[in-house]
Design a protein around this ligand. Structure first.
Ligand SMILES: Cc1ncc(C[n+]2csc(CCOP(=O)(O)OP(=O)(O)O)c2C)c(N)n1
Ligand code: SF4
Ligand SMILES: [Mg+2]
Length: 351
């Protein structure tokens, strides 16, 4: 069974956000993933982030490909728009939707197989075009849905459950996203929601392509000794370079840190990121250095997490193409069919 509806009964004293919605209003159907799957923790972080951001659920479009990870949009934001596409093809569907209506928040949810194997070409172009979106890869290093084959993010030398050693170089999607021009790049761990929730909130506030690689262990096929995507391995080798808080435009800034410890970054929507460095050597505004640092730590077997890169003055695809502000479905017939004189002008401009 892939779908179980949740009873829609609210306890009267459930906390409500600024819009009057409870946490339940951001949930979806009951998950049918394996108990303990990292993907369920990411769904729960997404629910919490959107609840805390006071987002109207109908203002969100969630899109995915195929895989256990790509099934998860059924389990969160049940009152939002959703499109479950073809394996590896979510980015082009998301790009088309974003072009047609820039008023929605686009949330792409994918797997390491979906994005780094079959969908690598689509992943590359959605990043380099700067589509305004939050793109989350739920990265377990295997094709969970088809029973645990290595994916393209599996580390060289890591062992499958049956003892086979992976001989191929891994693709680090965060480094790739940096190379391709994504303007917000982060890595989280499904076992650390305290870090993940503010990363998702900041990614939603970002204007442009925001990518979050979330290491998300597959308990059925990749959680054994020898795997570098198991809960134990990631807990032991997790090197967090910073911690952040996201404060939405309406919220009062209440958190206090010692001066000098924290950098405040103003986001496009008026929200603020408060970034506290954990590793003094790491500067998330320097793209080239960030890439070198992540690669060096990876060679040492560490998993670097946190906000890896941010360009807070970013532009998106609409800025580059100078597209119309209004969603296309709100345009009237005269705007859509401007007549033969407008066509003649257009043709003349192309000669
Ligand atoms: C065109 C196509 N090729 C292959 C498949 C089979 N298939 C389904 S899901 C999947 C891999 C999913 O892996 P990933 O994206 O990492 O998701 P996970 O299940 O690990 O969360 C594959 C190969 C398919 N559905 N469609
Ligand atoms: S097979 Fe793996 S990825 Fe899929 S639901 Fe089970 S634990 Fe999660
Ligand atoms: Mg996978």
């Amino acid at each position: 069974m892939t779908y179980l509806a949740k009873p829609k009964i609210h306890h009267p004293s459930l906390p409500r956000n600024a819009l009057g919605f409870t946490h339940r209003d951001y949930e979806g159907a009951i998950s049918t993933l394996c108990a303990g799957c990292g993907h369920d923790s990411i769904s729960s972080a997404i629910i919490q982030a959107f609840f805390e951001l006071d987002v109207e659920p109908h203002k969100v479009a969630k899109l995915s490909g195929i895989g256990c990870s790509s099934k998860t949009p059924t389990y969160f934001l049940g009152n939002s728009h959703g499109f479950n596409s073809v394996h590896g093809r979510m980015p082009s569907v998301l790009t088309g939707a974003a072009l047609a209506n820039r008023d929605l928040i686009y949330l792409g949810v994918s797997g390491d197989g979906d994005s780094a194997s079959i969908g690598l070409g689509q992943f590359a172009h959605v990043m380099r075009r700067g589509v305004n979106m939050v793109y989350i890869v739920e990265n377990n290093g295997v094709y969970g849905l088809t029973k645990g084959q290595f994916s393209a993010t599996a580390d060289r030398g890591s062992k499958s459950k049956r003892g086979v050693v992976n001989s191929d170089e891994p693709i680090d999607l965060a480094v790739l996203a940096l190379t391709l021009g994504a303007t917000f790049v982060a890595r989280g761990f499904s076992g650390d929601k305290e870090q993940l929730i503010p990363l998702i909130k900041a990614a939603v506030a970002h204007h442009g392509a925001a990518f979050i690689d979330v290491v998300s262990p597959c308990v059925a096929f990749n959680n054994h000794p020898g795997s570098t995507k198991s809960y134990d391995y990631v807990r032991e080798h997790n090197e967090s370079v910073n911690r952040l808080d996201f404060i939405s435009p309406r919220a009062e800034i209440t958190t206090t840190y010692a001066p000098g410890d924290v950098r405040s970054i103003l986001m496009h929507d008026g929200g603020t990121i408060r970034l506290r460095k954990v590793d003094e050597r790491y500067d998330p505004s320097d793209r080239a250095e960030a890439m070198g640092y992540i690669e060096a730590r990876r060679e040492a077997g560490e998993v670097v997490t946190g906000l890896l890169y941010l360009n807070a003055d970013s532009a998106d695809m609409h800025d580059a193409l100078d597209t119309i502000e209004a969603p296309l479905n709100t345009l009237s017939d005269p705007e859509l069919v401007p007549g033969s004189a407008a066509l003649a002008d257009l043709n003349a401009s192309l000669r």
